[in-house]
Design a binder for this molecule. Sequence first.
Ligand code: SAM
Length: 215
Amino acid sequence: MRLRNITGSREVIAESPYVVPEEKLPSCPGTWKHELFGNDRELFIEIGMGKGKFIYQMAKTHPEINFVGIEKYSSVLLRAIQKMEEEPLPNLKFIRMDAEDICQVFGEQEVDRIYLNFSDPWPKDRHAKRRLPSRQFLARYDGILKKDGIIEFKTDNRDLFDFALEELEPAGWKAEEVTFDLHHDERLMEGNVMTEYEEKFSSIGNPICKYIIYR
Ligand code: SAM
């Protein structure tokens, strides 16, 4: 996924109208959204969006909702920008940042929904707190998500999914839906938008796990 050596990716990002400029980010959480989208609609975000296939399709299907895609690496974000340049969507913006700083960017209860898709597993125990569904990240999401907001998480990595489920109770979250084989669950598959990794791993027969959680 990390396309590390794309020359000039930082420059492209700095000049792209589809990326929230870095200087806007930490100064005043909560205020740049209105400026950016020019409306008061719901805000759904994807953390670790990769090349943005999922969030682009979601934004296209739901023009009545604002979407923000977050990605740590410039070289990966560049691919999402290229897609927007081909067919821009007014309700989709990108941020290049490490999600560790998410509470400095979004205001309290500003976000209506969070998507985590095929998050990096960080298999070593000592790196558990870097996993996006870890209790440390759940505490950050608690700060920015509306009280009745939900988080949706999909992965084919069973160890990561089991870990994510174990994190819920200590972090104060509850599962509304859990499946270990999403693609054979007709009800939960309704309206499912496949991510890039979901396409790749389901095509080789890996079952896809999903939860939807709330506090
Ligand atoms: N969500 C996409 C999908 O399902 O196809 C991409 C999955 S890829 C395995 C995980 C992505 O999350 C990578 O692009 C990685 O750079 C990004 N990522 C991992 N940790 C992150 C963090 N702390 N903040 C922002 N992005 C992160």
